[in-house]
Design a protein around this ligand. Structure first.
Ligand SMILES: Cc1cc2nc3c(=O)[nH]c(=O)nc-3n(C[C@H](O)[C@H](O)[C@H](O)COP(=O)(O)OP(=O)(O)OC[C@H]3O[C@@H](n4cnc5c(N)ncnc54)[C@H](O)[C@@H]3O)c2cc1C
Ligand code: FES
Length: 280
């Protein structure tokens, strides 16, 4: 192998290809879903791409579409800073940089034959949506499926139409709650752990997938452990600022692991000692 060849192989996954936005939908106030054309694109539920807003920068964004539909590449983005805001402001026809997919996603094979508890907080529903599409498409492979979703307020409920459609199915249980609401909200009020305390599942055989703010995931993970779910079967998707996304730069280091290469999905047993430490 020549030096030039090895340098090129290292650089290849770092070079974004130029794709185009083909659809744009505002989901809630600060969240936009973009559909990107870029040819057939296979990914596993829970994987992410690095998206570039040209002239501004690059950000890690999970794929939020259906893994069975490789022709439609979908991401759901919250504007929190310069890059994510520029991505949410892209319009149909404009170019976007794309590299990926990266990372290890949700443990779909391990979930087979088990009760599956999916707990999402806010935008955390986006990285979980591909796993939900897979669970629903292959419904017969799993035991009970519970989706517990928490948002700050009714106006912050993501993918509301889909949540309502899923709630209408008889073969899955969907519960939503909001932290606070005005008088016209008729649903649950309280943090997502309140839904968990009422949920029925076989703890000895269950597997959980959690995505949302770290504090929420920590509380939910501990509540699941108290119910008897094994910490090896409680999976969390972690977010840290990323640069290379391929395990070279160390930017996403979290204790002994790199989130981009070893995650972003990890079993709680691997993170438990680290996740409580704010400085990591
Ligand atoms: C694996 C992975 C998947 C992700 N999936 C999505 C997704 O599907 N949709 C989405 O909207 N965002 C997702 N993110 C987060 C997204 O990458 C960041 O919001 C984005 O990089 C922020 O960049 P910025 O320039 O807009 O903001 P910055 O100017 O970099 O930061 C703005 C604010 O956000 C905080 N912040 C920045 N990046 C992160 C981060 N990664 N984790 C926690 N806080 C951060 C900063 O501390 C600051 O308070 C994901 C991140 C990772 C690592
Ligand atoms: S982002 Fe570079 S090592 Fe993870």
């Amino acid at each position: 192998m020549t030096d030039a060849f090895s340098a090129a192989s290292i650089a290849a996954p770092m070079i974004p290809r130029v794709a185009r936005v083909v659809k744009r939908k505002r989901e809630i106030e600060d969240v936009v879903t973009l559909e990107i054309e870029g040819g057939a694109f296979d990914f596993a539920p829970g994987q992410f791409n690095m998206l570039t807003a040209f002239g501004v920068g690059e950000a890690a964004i999970s794929v939020s579409g259906d893994p069975a539909d490789s022709a439609r590449l979908i991401h759901t983005i919250r504007a929190v800073g310069a890059v994510s805001r520029a991505l949410t402001e892209l319009h149909v026809g404009e170019p976007i940089g794309l590299r990926g997919p990266f990372g290890r996603g949700w443990p779909m094979a391990e979930a087979e034959g088990r009760d599956v508890i999916v707990v999402a907080g806010g935008l955390g529903l986006a990285p979980l949506r591909p796993a939900l599409y897979r669970l629903f498409a292959e419904r017969e492979k799993y035991g009970r499926i519970l989706l517990l979703f928490g948002a700050r307020s009714p106006a912050d409920i993501l993918f509301r139409d889909e949540l309502e459609a899923w709630r209408g199915r008889l073969d899955i249980e969907v519960e939503a709650t909001v932290d606070h609401a005005r008088g016209d909200w008729r649903g649950n009020v309280g943090v997502v752990t309140t839904l968990l305390s009422r949920a029925q599942f076989d703890a000895a055989n269950a597997l959980a997938m959690l995505c949302g703010p770290e504090i929420m995931m920590r509380f939910v993970a501990n509540a699941l452990l108290e119910r008897g779910v094994a910490q090896e079967r409680v999976y969390l998707s972690m977010e840290r600022n990323m640069k290379c996304a391929i395990g070279f730069c160390g930017h996403c280091q979290f204790g002994p692991v790199f989130i981009c290469r070893d995650g972003p999905v990890f079993p709680y047993s691997q993170l438990r000692g680290l996740i409580a430490k704010k400085e990591i």
